[in-house]
Write a protein that binds this ligand. Sequence first.
Ligand code: FAD
Ligand code: 2HG
Ligand code: ZN
Length: 479
Amino acid sequence: STMGSTILRDERFAILEECDIHYFQKVVGERAVINDKDELEAANVDWLGKFKGASQVLLRPRTTKQVASILQYCNSRGIAVVPQGGNTSLVGGSVPVFDEVIVNLGAMNKILSFDEVSGVLVCEAGCILENLDKYLAEHGFTMPLDLGAKGSCQIGGNVSTNAGGLRFLRYGSLHGNVLGLEVVLPDGTIVDMLGTLRKDNTGYDLKQLFIGGEGTLGVVTKVSLLTPAKLSSVNVAFLACQDYLSCQEVLVLAKKKLGEVLSAFEFLDRSSLDMALDHLEGMRDPLPSAKQKFYLLIETTGSNENHDKEKLDVFLEDAVRTGHVVDGVVAQDNSQSSAFWRIREGIAEALNKAGAVYKYDLSIPVKDLYQLVEEMRAKLGDSAIVIGYGHLGDGNLHLNISAPKYDEKLLLQIEPFVYEWTSQHKGSVSAEHGLGFMKPHAIHYSKTPETVQLMVKMKNLLDPNGILNPYKVLPSIHI
Ligand code: FAD
Ligand code: 2HG
Ligand code: ZN
């Protein structure tokens, strides 16, 4: 396999029967029980085209009660279920492994309330991230998270993966921005934790378990979120550096000189830029005069155009004078800043078009982070293209290895090396994408045995029959 582990279908789970389909039809209505071949095929395969399940049915509930009835029934029958949002998971988390029933939240896409004073948004889990951001923009607010998959990923999927993305540096984690959740437990219990308060210390903060729970502990049906004001002054710079040390110097400088207006600090190496230029439509090299080894996309967001420009100028002057930045361009209008962002956000898509891809989403101390890319390159030679990019301001490297096709020998050169290296440097084997189906076997590189044991206990407590998103996250059933 290309996943580094082989698993067998858990025989505890029932095989779907005609009477089950009838029950589902009764609960959600006939049209929300999907067994159309094309629709099922799309829902069975992940965004990378790497993980394929064989589910026979997809359900589209419209209410929390319907989700509860589905789960209660599946739990009592021993039918396995995979919750699905926009199906943009990069670790095979959102597709069935065998014949699990797919419960897609896409039809639960209502905005329930928005408080223009506090900025608190309450909505159903199936709302698409970009739609929420458009809605908020009309009210002068914005989403605290943004990522390349915004046009199809759902807030429930973002919460369940604890997605990071491009604004993490400024607004922080969903663990802070999610104020409340409504979830349905595997036995059908609806747990209303849909608070809208910034502060609430009345006992254990249980909603946190479902943020990053990857659909293994419950189905998220509603989300309450703190959203920041949409500020009017945005600047985007695309800069080039000669070496990785300079990138780090620029990061330090950006924090000092840009301070509170800094809203993104992304980096990409030359191979990442080439990947985007070669495989995406309508791309132009923003700095065509000389090829450099490293590029930075830096964004400022503030409320005073003159103030922000002045800060940016001082920062850029310093960065150039010290020789850390050797070339650069500041976007002159919205279309130019979109073009810069499109390059950065499009790398994953470009990789997908280029062929087979091995994807590693790692947290590593910033000073060591690029060394892994170089070691990997030296190790693999001409057999693959190794690219490094990511959320440098957050210490998050996206190491990607692109090859003409999937190859077991290549995989064995990459793993477990990449996980061991990360562990030795006190990093995390999943910074933001989760463990999904790809990485349960690698959990031990980032979590102690006692921690994993406690996770297993939590899973067994909430899902004693193991019906919810089986084979994902926890390693026990992987052989
Ligand atoms: P899905 O992919 O459908 O599901 C993801 C996981 O959550 C699965 O385990 C699924 O079972 C579970 N799940 C989904 N909905 C629910 C629910 N309502 N209740 C319970 N469980 C649920 N991630 C980042 O962190 N940062 C990025 O910058 C980033 N960029 C991306 C760019 C691209 C082009 C792509 C394709 C993906 C990117 N991702 C990124 C990965 C991915 O995690 C996010 O796109 C997103 O958070 C997934 O949302 P989704 O609705 O597609 O969830
Ligand atoms: C990004 O930051 C996404 O662009 C995708 O998290 C990362 O494809 C990847 O490795
Ligand atoms: Zn990312």
